[in-house]
Structures are given as C-alpha cells and as structure tokens.
Unconditional design. Structure first.
Length: 144
C-alpha cells in the first residue's frame, strides 16, 4: 500500500493542512498546477460527491471513498466539520478507521488540546504544529 497525500479542510472550506509522501507520483497533480490548486480540486470533488450521496441516499448515508484508475480517495468528516482526505493507491483497503485515528490521537491531542494553537485558521492560515506533523508522519509510515 502506498499513501500519496493527506489534506485537512476546515469548516470554511479552506485547506489548513497538506502533506505529501510521494511527490513524484501524486495522482492529483497535473503539470502546471500548484499544491493550492490541487487542494481546491480535491475539496470540490469531495464536496460534489458528498452532496450527491446525500441527495440520492438521504442524510443517513455517508460518502466514504472513491477510486479511479490511479488512486483511491478516503474521506472522514468530524463532528466539528473538519474534513480529512487521504489519497492512496487503488489497492488499499478502507482507511476510514485510519483517518478517525488521526483525528482522535493526533489532531485532538496535539492541536485541539494545545492552548497556543488557534481555534480558527482564518484565510487558510494552516496548522503549524511540530508534534502533529511528526506524529502524522510516523503514523503513516507505520502503515506502509
């Protein structure tokens, strides 16, 4: 299994965190696009698919993942409307539990409980938390 990249979007649809592990093989990148453009494309795709799932299946149904020929996108939405997105290779199993663990064990512990961390990330300011970044990197590398 290969993990390509990870994104966190806040409740204002801003990408507040992004991390890539295999930059040469990132499936979302096309020549001439920036990381910011990639994040916007990913959020737009997730937003559209999530709305389609809710309209077709009702409010109880949830969008979890989708797969293309090159990658699989995994999605997890928290009660506070944070959206965690993970791009992996097509053969990977469901990563919903992995995203939930990232939220509970890393995000809540290192960002939410940090009194110096901002509550809101205005204008896509981003998360600058060394413990979160190190923990995330170790967690993802432990899956590989």
């Amino acid at each position: 299994m290969a993990v390509f990249s990870f994104y966190i979007f806040d409740r204002h649809t801003e990408c507040i965190y992004t991390k890539s592990w295999l930059p040469a093989q990132r499936p979302s990148s096309r020549t001439g696009t920036s990381a910011s453009d990639d994040a916007k494309l990913i959020f737009g795709t997730v937003f559209s698919l999530r709305n389609m799932v809710r309209k077709l299946g009702g409010d109880d149904d949830a969008f979890i993942s989708y797969r293309t020929g090159q990658y699989k996108l995994h999605y997890y939405e928290t009660p506070a409307n944070l959206r965690f997105v993970l791009l992996t290779d097509t053969g990977s199993p469901s990563m919903r539990n992995v995203l939930h663990q990232i939220y509970i064990n890393l995000w809540v512990e290192y960002v939410v409980k940090n009194p110096l961390a901002p509550v809101e990330h205005k204008g896509g300011e981003g998360v600058k938390n060394e413990l979160f970044e190190l923990g995330l990197d170790q967690f993802i590398r432990g899956l590989l």
